[in-house]
Design a protein around this ligand. Structure first.
Ligand SMILES: Nc1ncnc2c1ncn2[C@@H]1O[C@H](COP(=O)(O)OP(=O)(O)O)[C@@H](O)[C@H]1O
Ligand SMILES: [Mg+2]
Length: 352
């Protein structure tokens, strides 16, 4: 099951570029997530892989088979690609019960009745719907309907499963449960999955590989840890987790693994970055800034967001607005308009 390669994939609509020269490889059995804000080109990319949209430019290969190659005018029809897809809206047939919905693709393939029933029941067990096979869609919750759609895609044993924000219409608790279940199904069945979401938590928690898109461009590809710890630019730093992006100057290019930058009126040692610029930005996570009453670096508290186990403060530090996250201990309990002394513990260099 499927290694997918996107090579220079673009989609232009009447002169406006929805997807620009995307190069990505998704390995077999990988769980990859395309994440980015609304309108950045996620659905367009996914539908080009499925074959519902023809790219303006580029090549897509699955298991070394060319699905589309614009230079050679090859285009494999969607139904011949062996790809399953689940959409945000629950695309299940209202006049068919659960069993019939899931069995339908096998019926189209003219599978014999006994094999069809066995295969359908096997998949229904995997998605925890075996007790519901006689129910009709209107007798199911949103989460159950989405499981029917998932089962119907899985019953085909697709080489690749594409998920376009399938969880975004579910409430928060159900969404979290479905994330865990989809991961379990993937492990059990050993399938390659490409998931699309605008939710960075979903991207981080579910994926082996995260593909961050912005304005039609892929801006970074990496493991969740790589993306979080080494954001490629300030967009990624802010979009994946929250980050303070603070202007800084390079004061010393140490020969070792670190370099020293100046931000506000203080210096900070950060991981060395191969840059010839003297000015840039440093990304500092809110929990890497800690209150310190003795520090000369101070800010005025403009917002306080109590979150039970932690408190998020917004500080005005010189010309910058800074977020600080602390444990909700008594010693960290400040009031609105108080001055807070802070220490910046760590950060990473950003070029733009
Ligand atoms: N059929 C279309 N005609 C013109 N523009 C489109 C069409 N489909 C999508 N777009 C544009 O392409 C961009 C990417 O859309 P889409 O892939 O749906 O984004 P996402 O799924 O990330 O929200 C958007 O600016 C959108 O308006
Ligand atoms: Mg979309």
């Amino acid at each position: 099951m499927g290694t997918l390669v996107l090579d220079g994939i673009s989609k232009v609509y009447k002169g406006s570029t929805a997807v620009h020269k995307v190069n990505v490889t998704i390995e077999r059995n990988e769980f990859a997530t395309i994440v980015g804000p609304s309108g950045c080109g996620k659905t367009t990319t996914l539908r080009m892989i499925a074959g519902f949209i023809e790219p303006t430019d580029g090549v897509i290969t699955l298991d070394k088979e060319e699905l589309v190659n614009t230079a050679r005018s090859t285009f494999l029809q969607p139904e011949r690609r062996g790809i399953g897809m689940v959409f945000q809206s629950y695309a299940v047939w209202p006049h068919m019960n659960v069993f019939e919905n899931v069995a339908y693709p096998l019926k189209l393939r003219k599978m014999n009745k006994a094999d069809m029933a066995a295969k359908t029941r096997e998949i229904l067990r995997i998605v925890h719907l075996d007790a519901y096979e006689k129910r009709f869609p209107h007798e199911l919750s949103g989460g159950q309907q989405q499981r029917v759609a998932l089962a119907r895609a899985l019953v085909m044993e697709p080489r690749l499963l594409l998920l376009d924000e399938p969880l975004s219409n579910l409430d928060a608790a159900l969404r979290e449960q479905m994330r865990i279940e989809i991961k379990e199904i993937q492990r059990k069945m050993g399938i390659t999955i490409i998931n699309v979401t605008h939710d960075q938590v979903e991207a981080m928690t579910m994926s082996d590989k995260v593909i961050v898109m912005n304005s039609g461009h892929v801006v970074q590809v990496g493991s969740p840890m790589e993306i979080y710890n080494r954001p490629a630019n300030s967009f990624v730093a802010k979009f994946i987790g929250s980050a303070n992006v603070i202007p800084c100057q390079v004061v010393e290019r140490n020969s070792g693994p670190t370099m020293t930058v100046r931000l506000f009126d203080t210096t900070l040692e950060i991981p060395a970055f191969d840059t010839n610029r003297n000015e840039g930005w440093v990304s500092v996570r809110p929990h890497h800034i800690v209150p310190d009453s003795h520090s000369s670096l101070r800010g005025k508290i403009t917002n306080k967001l109590y979150q039970g186990d932690r408190i998020e403060y917004h500080l005005q530090v010189q010309n910058e607005k800074i977020a600080v996250v602390t444990d909700a201990s008594e010693s960290n309990n400040y009031n609105l308009d108080d001055e807070m002394g802070i220490n910046i513990l760590q950060g990473v260099w950003l070029e733009d």
